[in-house]
Design a protein around this ligand. Structure first.
Ligand code: HEM
Length: 216
């Protein structure tokens, strides 16, 4: 065997050894790269967090008290009260806004004046939203929380913001909640009543109110 042939064998063996050592050194870094993945995902929802859009929600909606371009499919101004809404297959998403530091409300499908209106009413005080699912028993109230009348609170998610003298409230509910103190909000035209008051007190009468129709 020539000297140069022996040298070539030794060099080839050393190269093979170097490659296998390098591969062995790299191996542990793979699981590390994999385990880094989950930390880039959003944290899981906390139990007390209001229910946001689920993967089945066919809308670009966020409960944050901010109405962004394209967040709602419909909007209408009733004098000084503005309303945005989207209905998908299962849920209704609503935003209401008016120049007030008091309560704002919307009532669905009243029979006469305020009677039998399925009401959602809310206000912001000290930066905190208080919102209530209510039902008006009479033409001029009283409108009491559904839960106080044997029903359930069916507001699935909500948020509000008070800014520049205006209050904005957003909420989500099922089209059909199954509660007898909520109207079934099927496809088509629905009568609404709207109102807002000057103070964050639910029992204080409105300063401004009106009615209209919306298509779901
Ligand atoms: C906070 C407690 C409330 C009280 C004490 C109250 C009381 C009254 C009274 C006395 C009237 C008749 C006088 C008027 O036209 O102003 C009335 C009318 C009306 N209220 Fe209320 N209301 C209350 C809440 C609401 C809410 C939450 C809404 C909407 C969701 C609403 C919507 C209306 C509308 C649309 C009318 C006019 C009805 C008509 O003439 O066709 N009210 N309310």
């Amino acid at each position: 065997m020539s000297k140069s042939y022996t040298l070539r064998i030794v060099v080839t063996a050393l190269m093979a050894l170097a490659i296998s050592v390098a591969a062995a050194c790299q191996a542990p870094s793979r699981p590390e790269a994999k385990s880094a993945l989950p930390s880039s995902l959003p944290p899981p929802p906390i139990g007390t967090q209001p229910e946001g859009p689920s993967v089945s929600d066919n809308v670009n909606w966020a409960a944050d008290g901010v109405i962004t371009a394209g967040e709602y499919r419909n909007s209408r101004s009733f004098d000084s009260y503005e309303l945005w809404w989207t209905a998908d297959e299962a849920n209704l998403y609503v935003a209401v806004k008016a120049e007030t530091q008091g309560w704002l409300a919307i009532g669905f499908d009243p029979e006469s004046k305020m009677k039998d209106a399925d009401i959602v009413i809310g206000y912001i005080k000290d930066g905190k939203l208080t919102i209530s699912d209510q039902y008006s028993a009479g033409q001029f109230g009283p409108h009491l929380p559904d839960v106080d009348q044997g029903g359930s609170d069916d507001i699935l998610a909500s948020a509000g913001k008070s800014e520049g003298g205006f209050t904005t409230i957003e909420f989500k509910r099922k089209l059909d909640t199954g509660d007898r103190f909520d109207k079934v909000l099927g496809k088509g035209t629905h009568k609404i009543i709207w109102a807002y008051g000057s103070d964050p007190i639910f029992t204080l009468k409105h300063t401004t109110r009106g009615s209209g129709e919306i298509d779901l």
